[in-house]
Design a protein around this ligand. Sequence first.
Ligand code: FA5
Length: 350
Amino acid sequence: MSNLMNLDITQQLEELRREAMASLASATSTEETRAWHGEYLSRKGRLTGILRGLGGVSAEERPRIGKIANEVKTALEEALQARQEELEQAELLAARNKELVDITLPGRPQTPGKLHLSTRALREIEGIFASMGFQVYESPDVETDEYNFQLLNMPEGHPARDMWDTFYTTTPDLLLRTHTSPGQVHAMRQYAPEPIRIVLPGMCYRYEPVTARSESMFYQVEGLAVGKNITFCDLKGTITNYITQMYGEGRRMRFRKSYFPFTEPSVEVDIDCVICNGKGCTVCKYSGWLELMGAGMVHPVVLQYGGYDPTEFSGFAFGMGPDRTSMQKYGIDDIRYFFTNDVRLTERIN
Ligand code: FA5
């Protein structure tokens, strides 16, 4: 009776192996293999079901049948793993094929990005001054009253402070720089008594109504040269060279007298209008001239504050607003476009 039962279990195991293998071979997806595992190998599966019958097998026969059962189990597990890998690969390939692009289709044109007009103008200006031996010097956007005004020859209560409407912070004496000129004093104090030739690009802030021509934040580029025997001729020569490189040969230019507390004498530099060549148009407001920058010889008091002896040293400085000059150059009628992120602004330049 017992032998008959053993034979029966061995046959059942063999039968199960055959059936399970055939069923696995016909599985067409990993989902089906999971169902297959449930049917044959899980705790409630058919293999466990057969092994439950081992209880009736004699103690001598049990190891032999147990060995067969283990072999069947291992064989089925290995076959399952192999089949699953096979099907996973096939499914991956199918998914990839589904997403395949038609490489014969014409590509979408890619428009390469362009630098913002302000960045471009700053780099152009820096490049021109670099060719004349100027280095780039950067100074902070948040300044003290001392650097923005006092050390530029504007003590407290000086009426010239009104030329710059200022954003003050809640910390006393701390403000947003109204111009890049405080950088002059930072540089002088760092380098005195060595000679200096620098340009200082940076953002400036003014508490002004925003209009087509005026922003409350805008770029400036300051220039400063300090050394022995620097004269107004050097200032004129340097600026003339800059204008020639920036706007081309043959531009007319003029130096008008002006006033800045930190330069003496002071001038405004104009060029003939790049749009109408001096004939008069809306951009130059029919004057024929475009204002380029303020400039002058560094005031002796400022030199002294910077650490230079004004009887030995002299220098010139200038300050320009590249956003306004880009507006003139590219015919942009509103400075607010510089902050709107409208790519059409950069489309104006090639
Ligand atoms: C100054 O700020 C002086 N620090 C320049 C200077 C430096 C003179 C060194 C002498 C020696 P001004 O306030 O004129 O000067 O400003 C210089 C330039 O900044 C202007 O010509 C203009 O191009 C630009 N600018 C001034 N205000 C604005 C504004 N609200 N929006 C856009 N650009 C402005």
